[in-house]
Design a protein around this ligand. Structure first.
Ligand SMILES: *[C@@H]1O[C@H](CO)[C@@H](O)[C@H](O)[C@H]1NC(C)=O
Ligand SMILES: *[C@@H]1O[C@H](CO)[C@@H](O)[C@H](O)[C@H]1NC(C)=O
Ligand SMILES: *[C@@H]1O[C@H](CO)[C@@H](O)[C@H](O)[C@H]1NC(C)=O
Length: 327
């Protein structure tokens, strides 16, 4: 018995060592995935992100991670949350749309400054990227949940603090570095005008495969930022490795719409290059993370008095939460 046990120990030590070696040779910024890949090689899915790379420890150990489930009963009304200020520039915007293998991503051209401030933000933040998350089925696809319910998709407008930092990479790892405006995507007959530019058949089919890019001109980004007077905000993280806890999230209390056909074209995008097997990009979502001690604040004047929160200067909130999204 002892001998068998000893052999087992040696064997398992060997297995652990070789797999550790294989893993360390693979570690690089892009070595992560949302789903198990079918080709057989191991690529870390969300539950492993924080374990495979010490630079990504926060993905496993962090206490202020995103996304979260927004439980409306835990929201706190803060009447001092002013509307967001959005500066979309006077000209229409150009931008490049990419299939990154994980998301549909649109980056505004460098010359065009779109920035936001106000609301929960103490600084001015510049738009870096518009990123889409979506599901393989209509019942899933958003990263954030609302009372446990997912939406077919989520648009994230990722901004970095332009007052303090030179660029996105520097800001992403620094305090108050990032502000992400998040809008749930719902399905309807008509499409949001901005998303329609990205998702119409002629455009979306140009980025079917990983690394495909397509330049779009004459975009009106103001069409995408919705009516921003009502929102929900909390402090969290970026939702991809290294999961830095530098993001102020602003979830708009109003969805944007795309058509079922546009959703289907999104599902036909591949995570892979054209010469590799087709693997749908859909379900590119990190699972929900625990809220722990954090506050979810809102400027929606609702009836229930929330818990006490350091930022909550409301005395007796009266209104009911806007149920708009749940309809
Ligand atoms: C919140 O709603 C109550 C009840 O209608 C109202 O009296 C109060 O002024 C509102 N607070 C703010 C900041 O709008
Ligand atoms: C946008 O950035 C410019 C230049 O830094 C600044 O003057 C302006 O106030 C910002 N606008 C908003 C809405 O944050
Ligand atoms: C971002 O800014 C930092 C500090 O100025 C600089 O060292 C770094 O090279 C910049 N990175 C990119 C991608 O421009």
């Amino acid at each position: 018995m002892h001998i068998v046990w000893g052999i087992l120990q040696i064997f398992s030590a060997y297995v652990i060592r070789t797999s550790a070696q294989q893993i360390s040779s693979k570690i690089h910024d892009g070595w992560w995935a949302y789903k198990d890949v079918v080709q057989g090689s191991f690529v870390p899915v969300p539950s492993f992100w924080g374990l495979v790379n010490t630079a990504w420890n926060l993905c496993a150990m962090g206490k202020r991670q995103s996304p979260i489930d927004i439980e409306t009963s835990r929201m706190i009304f803060d009447p001092y949350l002013t509307p967001l200020r959005i500066n979309t520039g006077t000209r229409k915007m150009g931008g490049t749309m990419y299939n990154t293998g994980r998301h549909v991503s649109l980056r505004p051209d460098k010359a065009h400054l779109v920035n936001i401030s106000g609301g929960p933000l103490g600084y001015s933040y510049r738009l870096e990227e518009v990123r889409l998350h979506f599901g393989s089925e209509d019942e899933q696809g958003s990263e954030h949940l609302l009372n446990g319910q997912a939406f077919p998709g989520e648009v994230q407008l990722i901004h970095y603090n332009q007052d303090l930092y030179a660029n996105y990479s520097e800001a992403a790892k620094s305090p108050n570095g990032i502000a992400i405006v998040s809008i749930f995507i719902k399905l309807s007959e008509a499409s949001n005008m901005f998303l329609n530019r990205m998702l119409n058949r002629d455009t979306i089919t140009r980025i079917t495969y990983k690394h495909d890019a397509f330049l779009l001109m004459g975009l009106n980004i103001a069409d995408l930022y919705p009516d921003t007077t009502r929102y929900i905000t909390y402090d969290g993280s970026i939702t991809i490795p290294p999961c830095f806890e530098t993001a102020t999230w602003i979830l708009i209390n109003k969805p944007v719409y795309i058509t079922q056909m546009q959703m289907n074209s999104l599902r036909l995008l591949s995570q892979n290059e054209p010469y590799k097997i087709f693997l749908s990009m859909s379900d590119n979502t990190r699972p929900g993370q625990p809220l722990l001690q954090r506050c979810i604040r809102t400027n929606i004047n609702f009836s229930k008095q929330g818990r006490d929160c350091p930022n909550n200067r409301a005395v007796r909130p009266q209104y009911r939460v806007n149920q708009w999204l749940l309809k």
